[in-house]
Design a protein around this ligand. Structure first.
Ligand SMILES: C[S@@+](CC[C@H](N)C(=O)[O-])C[C@H]1O[C@@H](n2cnc3c(N)ncnc32)[C@H](O)[C@@H]1O
Length: 456
């Protein structure tokens, strides 16, 4: 930023008091990226941080901003593997650590000219008050450039997962764990779910084509899904405000069909509890597919429940005579009368959706898993008491860990004599001894687990 010549008269600002402090210079884009990453290091979730940060970023820079935050976090542990041996002593400031990870990420994974990447990142460290440490950032990033061939090899070979999670994947999935780790390193494709109450998939594909958006229908098992084949701003797609579609992962779209088979026959006219509903992706899909007598969308997080209301309103599915949105703890909630069907899309480690939520790599701790498994068991046990005999509970997680999935269901069946697991016969995912597991796929959906439990 250039300073005014010394001779220039001080500029007068409207309403500025004579003794007003000068405004701090605007941070460059890397410095803003580092601030978001530091907030994640301190325990905040990208779900709240990133939309706010992107809102403040000029349109032209949003793609790069998003890419730098997501990419650096997605590869965090592989970047760390390169960085740690280069350090003479441990880093004590998160801003410096984040700057180094961001710099390395740009060198290893982007086409940004390395010298520009380094100088912008070093400037960012200075702008964030790390004038002294910026010398270290500069030196280590330049060393990385000089030794790029060997260091790139270390980066590429690392699994890019926290060690506890890599070990657990290996224990659960044997040799398959490497492929899993690799697929979690990539960004996920973007899928839409067409609101079939408003448009058919073919009609919506035509609307996208008219707007020049490159998109494909997916297979017959996900009849409402469309894969977008280019980057787009979602609100600019046709019919966003009118509720013609939602953004939803491909495998998340498999849920509603699990209530519809020869034994259960859909949710029309039934009383349905969506026990962990927010932000309402699956609630909306159920309401697009079926016309229940009543659907109760429950979640313990009242803030997240606002999103359920917004989503249902936008999709024109919030018929208040049928749909109730309630804040409650599903492990204690009591129904007026036992319900016909329950969707338990349980709180989980979210290890199946690391591609879309790379902050989870840093936020999730090994000790969280045991607590989550206990909570899932409590939810299963209590909700089972709220289900009619003849009713169905569909259990879902976006986890890759057996403890939350097939082992959880095995333990539940062991202590619940009136529960029968119905195998899901399908040509997607993997048959497991109990339930079905989807792994994240490069051109497909995220990691999910599904089990169907009938009450007899
Ligand atoms: C995987 S998310 C649900 C996603 C949602 N079904 C969808 O498709 O958009 C899990 C949800 O469980 C909620 N939750 C966690 N513990 C809960 C509890 N004890 N009772 C009710 N909801 C709970 C969380 O607030 C979170 O919204």
């Amino acid at each position: 930023m250039s300073l005014p010549p010394r001779s220039a008269k001080p500029r007068k600002f409207h309403n500025a008091p004579a003794n007003a402090k000068p405004r701090p210079a605007a941070l460059n884009l890397r410095a803003q990226v580092i601030r978001v990453i530091v907030s994640v290091q301190e325990g905040e979730s990208l779900n709240t941080l990133l939309p706010k940060a992107l809102e403040k970023t000029i349109e032209r820079d949003r793609g790069l901003f998003n890419e730098l935050v997501m990419g650096t976090l997605r590869h965090w542990f592989a970047l760390d593997e390169v960085l740690q041996p280069m350090l003479a002593r441990p880093l004590t400031d998160n801003r410096v650590q984040a700057a180094l990870h961001l710099g390395l990420y740009q060198i290893f994974q982007t086409r940004i000219p390395p010298h520009a990447a380094i100088s912008e990142t070093v400037d960012a460290a200075k702008q964030l008050g790390q004038e002294k440490a910026s010398g270290l950032v500069n030196a280590l990033l330049r060393r990385t450039l000089r030794e790029q061939t060997e260091l790139q090899e270390i980066f590429d070979q690392h699994h890019a997962l926290p060690d506890w999670f890599a070990k657990q994947l290996k224990k659960d999935w044997g040799d398959e764990w490497r492929g899993l780790a690799e697929s979690l390193r990539h960004s996920a494709p973007l899928f839409l779910r067409v609101n079939k109450r408003q448009r058919s998939r073919t009609a919506y594909l035509n609307a996208l084509a008219l707007q020049g958006v490159n998109a494909n229908a997916t297979d017959a098992n996900t009849p409402d899904a469309i894969q977008l084949l280019q980057h787009v701003s979602i609100p600019s797609l046709p019919g966003y405000l009118e509720g013609w579609f939602s953004v939803q992962d491909l495998n998340a779209q498999r849920c509603s069909a699990l209530f519809n088979d020869a034994n259960f026959n859909g949710l029309d006219g039934k009383v349905v509890l969506d026990a962990c509903a927010a932000p309402g992706g699956k609630t909306a899909h159920l309401l697009e597919q079926f016309t229940p007598q009543k659907l109760i969308a429950l979640d313990s997080d009242s803030y997240r429940l606002k999103r359920v209301r917004e989503n249902l309103n936008r999709l024109e599915l919030f018929d208040q005579t049928r749909v109730t949105v309630t804040t409650a703890d599903a492990s204690e909630w009591i129904a007026e009368a036992p319900v016909d069907a329950i969707l338990l899309d349980a709180p989980c480690s979210a290890t199946g959706v690391l591609r879309r939520h790379p902050d989870i790599r840093l936020l999730r701790l090994e000790t969280d898993i045991a607590q989550t498994v206990v909570l899932q068991a409590q939810l299963l046990d209590h909700l089972w008491t709220q289900l009619k005999v003849g009713g169905r509970l569909v259990y879902i997680t976006c986890s890759l860990l057996k403890a939350e999935n097939e082992d959880q269901i095995a333990a539940f069946l062991e202590r619940t004599p009136n529960a029968v697991e119905k195998p899901i016969v399908a040509d997607w995912g993997m048959t497991r001894p109990l339930g079905r597991q989807c792994f994240p796929e490069t051109d497909g959906g995220d990691g999910f687990y599904f089990a169907v439990l009938d009450k007899v």
